[in-house]
Design a protein around this ligand. Structure first.
Ligand code: PLP
Length: 455
């Protein structure tokens, strides 16, 4: 077996890591951690540390680590049929069964599910389907996509453009011209402190209306949004936000994509965020929670009004020219089936709601009054603590101070993983949905100690 030092050297010399400071990593100046195993909500690394994963990997290991039911299902599928493509009407028992299971759980009004590999390619699929749809309807100019600042929708050319975070645009020549951004529903960062939630929702609607008026509704195809903003800061929408936005979109015949890569399959305590907030999307993007990341798989769930046009389009134009070699991969599908069964068997959607509410309440009670905590917010098994320099005047820290990252590092030294969200000093929590109250207490206690140490 390789020693830890050998492995670390190979890592620095060979491996191009995503979202990493490349030069610093290669020189051994950036954090490096080699993970060995996982069980429940804990992972272990090669240095012998056991860490409570308060972010479920990248909010994806929803059923927790080490689930033999899923590992066995993957192995069985690999033995029986590791792969066959899904082009031209080919299927396997695994991917057909998973399609049925997803549609049985999908919100009302959805027609079919298309499988890809990850959230980014699922959103690429969405945009292509939307452009195709408007071309079939004879509206070739209706193509722009509205996204929100602070939204996260992936890292590709189109999806990186939809993402509303500077880090994902800077030096990449993004966003592409077809993407336009509007206000994030982030009440804590409202433009004027005096704005109530209701005023702020009215402000978001006004900004959206103004954007549509400026661009022309006949040039705008769709609006994409996460039911709860995730990577942009874990921000549940202010009350009334989604119904107000949906009304505007309906009036201008603009499709809605609910990006449920994080919220799909239970994280909010409802099967889908669309159910949770009463959204009526035309497309739903899923990935992470679909397989709990035991194998890569994404899903684009297509609503009735689009499905009818897409089917008509292929009647008129031939086969839909869109597919990946690994679309509906049987091993991913086997993982998905075992994962969804486990979510049902263990009651994890309900636990996400109940233990998530407990985590949020305990966090608020423990750190909510700290002078450098601006806000504790969350929904279901999502929680965020936003750190500020001055609570009363809502003054933020200078980004160069890296306060959020310092608190996260102090937590790691105490055995709990949180995520310093990429913009602002926001500590993010998205534990596996199987979290217990005792584990929630451990997260809260360590957060409180780390904040006290750094601030
Ligand atoms: N959409 C949302 C809401 C996400 O949070 C993510 C990833 O974090 C993506 C899309 C992209 O998914 P992937 O990283 O699997 O491409």
């Amino acid at each position: 077996m390789l020693t830890n030092d050998e492995l670390a050297k190979w890592d620095r010399e060979s491996f191009f890591h995503p979202s990493t400071a490349l030069g610093q990593f290669a020189r051994g100046e950036a954090p490096q951690r080699i993970i060995k195993g996982g069980e429940g909500v804990f992972i272990t690394d090669r240095d012998g540390n056991r860490l409570l994963d308060g972010f479920a990997g990248l909010y994806c290991v929803n059923v927790g680590y080490g689930r033999t039911e899923i590992a066995d299902a993957i192995a069985k599928q690999a033995h029986e049929l590791a792969y066959y493509h899904a082009y031209a009407g080919h299927g396997s028992e695994a991917n057909i069964t998973l399609a049925k299971m997803v549609m049985d759980r999908a919100p009302e009004g959805m027609a079919r599910v298309y499988f890809g590999l990850g959230g980014s390619d699922a959103n690429e699929t969405n945009i292509k389907l939307i452009w195709y749809y408007n071309n079939i309807l004879g509206r070739p100019a209706k193509k722009k996509i509205i996204s929100r600042w602070r939204g996260y929708h992936g890292s590709g050319l189109m999806t990186g453009s939809l993402t509303g975070l500077e880090l994902f645009h800077k030096k990449f020549d993004l966003p592409l011209a077809q993407v336009i951004h509007t206000e994030a529903p982030y009440h804590f960062r409202r433009p004027e402190l005096t704005m109530s939630e209701a005023d702020f929702v009215a402000h978001c609607v006004e900004r959206l209306e103004a954007l549509i008026a400026a661009e022309g509704a006949d040039t705008i195809a769709a609006f994409i949004g996460e039911p709860v903003l995730g990577t942009g800061g874990i921000v549940p929408p202010p009350a009334g936000y989604w119904p107000a936005i949906q009304k505007v979109l309906d009036r201008h015949d603009i499709l809605l994509i609910a990006d449920e890569v994080v919220t799909g399959f239970g994280r909010l305590g409802s099967m889908f965020g669309s159910d949770h907030y009463g959204l009526k999307p035309d497309l739903i993007t899923c990935a992470k929670g679909l397989t709990s990341a035991y194998a890569p798989l994404s899903a684009t769930i297509v609503g009735n009004r689009m499905w009818e046009v897409l089917a008509r389009g292929t009647d008129e134009n031939g086969v839909l020219g869109h597919g990946w070699t690994y679309s509906a991969h049987p091993i991913g599908a086997a993982a998905g089936i075992a994962n969804l069964k486990l979510i049902d068997k263990l009651g994890l959607v309900q636990n996400a709601g109940e233990t998530g509410a407990y985590l949020n309440a305990a966090m608020r009670a423990a750190v909510g009054d700290h002078p450098n905590v601006g806000e504790v917010r969350g929904e279901g098994m999502l929680c965020a603590v936003e750190l500020v320099a001055d609570r009363e005047g809502r003054q933020f820290f200078e980004p160069a101070q890296g306060i959020g990252a310092k608190v996260v590092a102090a937590m790691l030294r105490r055995g709990v993983i949180a995520r310093a969200m990429p913009q602002g000093d926001v500590l993010g929590f998205a534990p596996p949905l199987c979290l217990t109250r005792e584990e929630a207490d451990q997260i809260v206690e360590v957060t409180s100690e780390a904040i006290a140490e750094v601030l």
